[in-house]
Design a protein around this ligand. Structure first.
Ligand SMILES: [Zn+2]
Length: 286
């Protein structure tokens, strides 16, 4: 899933939402996208190669697969919903989520990646905007995680979200729209204020489950929680390489449990990693 941006002008947001629902009431677009064609040339360019929703999904999938080695299935179905309410309905009818979870998710998320499905809310934006590319890349990474693990929800939730953020920024960087180094610096700046860090604990046990991750970011704030997940995953990637995350996910297909999967992939227990990460953050945030 990917977080909803908090709007700074609520009055304006409400007005825009009313206008949109008047124009596209009940709007739901279903877009099957196949990846069986030859992969696009390595010279994908922004924005000319991202002019339609289909081209965007294909282009982002090509970068994720070529640059990061993420396995993209031979097809995905992309659902685009025109409002929060239609998105919530779609999470139930298309994504087959329980109604309670759909209501909770649609409060803060604008995208969900399921098995060979991207469920996205579009407030009328064009396919080639930076935020839309980031959203598509984030959710396509979740689709790839499900392919690797051959199932959903097996990995640490903070790692699933951090990896999706990292891969999305990496796609943007490849297209000249962002830089991972700047993201790292910005994330450190935001994480500085987190209550969990002031208490000198990360509580990876809670952050590890989908439900716990949701609770945590309701309490600590969405942006700060995703940025903490990004920083922890970035730390693992800088130490072990991105490929190690793929191995971590493949381990679940072989029947590994959550804690065992982490220990075997990263050569340390979750507790050891948590202590090390806290010490690292303590140093860089001093
Ligand atoms: Zn996500």
């Amino acid at each position: 899933m990917d977080r909803r941006n908090r709007r700074s002008a609520p009055g304006l947001a409400v007005a825009a939402a009313l206008l949109l629902s008047a124009c596209h009431s009940g709007g739901r677009v279903v877009l099957p996208v196949a990846f069986e064609d030859p992969a696009p040339a390595a010279t994908l360019r922004y924005p000319e190669d991202f002019v339609s929703h289909e081209a965007t999904v294909r282009g982002v999938a090509a970068i994720l697969s070529r640059q990061l080695g993420l396995p993209v299935p031979d097809h995905v179905t992309v659902y685009i919903y025109s409002s929060r309410a239609v998105f919530e309905q779609g999470l139930v009818s298309d994504g087959r989520l329980p109604a309670v979870r759909a209501a909770e998710l649609s409060e803060f998320a604008i995208g969900v990646g399921k098995r060979r499905q991207l469920l996205l809310q579009d407030d009328g934006g064009r396919p080639a905007t930076r935020d839309w590319l980031r959203l598509v890349a984030h959710e396509l990474t979740h689709v790839a995680q499900i392919e690797l693990a051959q199932g959903e929800g097996r990995a640490e939730q903070w790692l699933a979200e951090g990896m999706a953020e990292w891969a999305a920024f990496s796609v943007l960087e490849r297209l000249g729209l962002d830089a991972l180094g700047e993201r790292r610096a910005a994330a450190l700046e935001h994480v500085r204020e987190q209550a969990a860090l002031r208490d000198a604990r990360l509580d990876l046990d809670t952050l590890g489950t989908p439900r716990g991750f949701t609770v945590r970011h309701q309490r600590e704030g969405s942006l700060a929680t995703y940025q903490l997940a990004f920083l922890m995953t970035d730390y693992l990637i800088r130490r072990h390489g991105f490929e190690r995350l793929l191995e971590y996910y493949r381990g679940f297909a072989g029947g590994r449990g959550r804690r065992e999967g982490f220990r075997l992939a990263f050569d340390q227990t979750l507790e050891e990693f948590e202590a090390e990460m806290l010490a690292h953050l303590g140093r860089v945030l001093r």
